[in-house]
Design a protein around this ligand. Structure first.
Ligand SMILES: NC(=O)c1ccc[n+]([C@@H]2O[C@H](COP(=O)([O-])OP(=O)(O)OC[C@H]3O[C@@H](n4cnc5c(N)ncnc54)[C@H](OP(=O)(O)O)[C@@H]3O)[C@@H](O)[C@H]2O)c1
Length: 285
């Protein structure tokens, strides 16, 4: 597996396995299958409701903890104690407990909403205590990211953002590279929206390499140094999505894919007031 080196020296596998929208009761089997296929990097979140199942799969696999890279995410804290820093520490402990672990490889602020400056201060402490080897953020637009960096001690190691052929984030990635923040794609296949899996440009490139559209998309992201965490519940697709290190897209093919960018989200905009309010109203511990 190829790694990227984060801004604090921690090595992160460039390809992992995401578990968003896998129902809790199916997650243990899916993660066990992913680990058997060879994945060693897992991405979950408190809000996915399946951290315990991820932890159970890891335990059942017998794979030593040190061989795995595990990420989970902090949901927006609502200060039930009146102190978001304390709530963040409690939420972190809850996630670790559900995962059955004593440290995380990467802990992310899930949304750029609420009092995320207090959340970040708690995460800096957790990082210094060695309980999260790296800390980062998700869904941060460049302005929010720069503001967080400029007013805090630790620069986020990662920003996990929607990134796929129809929303490529090249300028966001440039800014992150300047600031030492690793880009990580969520929704590498746009969850199949915009007919991604039958897109004619991607299909033609896939045919030229004897690969699938999914493999071309993952390869394209990896060649751009973007960390990817595709999700699948099907073992044959899990294996296919890992098998992307034996071919290289040409500059011309990279250019053809670059032309598919629409510059807009296929999901939701974190600057849309209705979406901000909807996300902010959700509660997960
Ligand atoms: N930070 C955030 O706010 C955020 C938001 C969304 C997602 N994420 C993370 O990013 C991960 C990936 O994103 P995602 O799950 O939203 O979507 P995705 O990985 O873009 O797409 C998953 C979809 O693609 C299908 N699929 C997977 N491999 C395939 C293949 N080789 N051929 C054809 N279809 C294939 C899956 O179906 P089957 O399962 O039936 O194979 C599923 O319907 C998540 O699991 C989560 O860890 C983070």
């Amino acid at each position: 597996m190829h790694n990227v080196t984060l801004n604090n020296g921690v090595e992160m596998p460039i390809l992992g396995f995401g578990v968003f929208q896998i129902p809790d009761e199916e997650t243990q089997a899916a993660v066990e299958a992913a680990l058997a296929a060879g994945y060693r990097h897992l991405d979950t979140a408190a809000s996915y409701g399946n951290e315990a199942a991820v932890g159970a799969a890891i335990k059942a696999s017998g794979i030593p903890r040190g061989e795995l890279f595990v990420t989970t995410k902090l949901w927006i804290q609502h200060a039930p104690t009146g102190n978001v820093q304390e709530d963040t520490r409690r939420a972190f402990d809850n996630s670790l407990h559900r995962l059955g672990m004593d440290y995380l490889d990467l802990y992310l602020i899930h949304q750029p909403l609420g009092d995320y400056y207090s959340e970040w201060r708690a995460m800096q402490e957790i990082n210094k205590e060695g309980r999260a080897r790296a800390i980062g953020v998700s869904n941060f637009h460049p302005d929010r990211l720069v503001d967080l960096i400029d007013h805090n001690e630790i620069v986020p190691a990662v920003n996990q953002i929607e990134t796929h052929p129809f929303h490529q984030r090249a300028s966001d990635q440039n800014l992150m590279m300047e600031r030492g923040v690793q880009i990580e794609s969520w929704g590498p296949f746009a969850e199949g929206r915009n007919n991604l899996f039958t897109d004619p440009v991607l299909s033609a490139i896939a045919e030229e390499h004897g690969k699938s559209v999914a493999q071309v998309v993952l390869r394209w992201l990896i060649q751009r140094d973007v960390v990817v965490i595709p999700k699948s519940v099907r073992p044959e697709r899990m294996a296919q999505n890992l098998d992307v290190f034996d071919f290289t897209l040409t500059e011309e093919q990279m250019g053809l894919i670059a032309a598919l960018d629409t510059g807009a989200s296929l999901f939701f905009d974190h600057r849309d007031p209705a979406m901000v309010s909807w996300l902010g109203g959700r509660r997960y511990s």
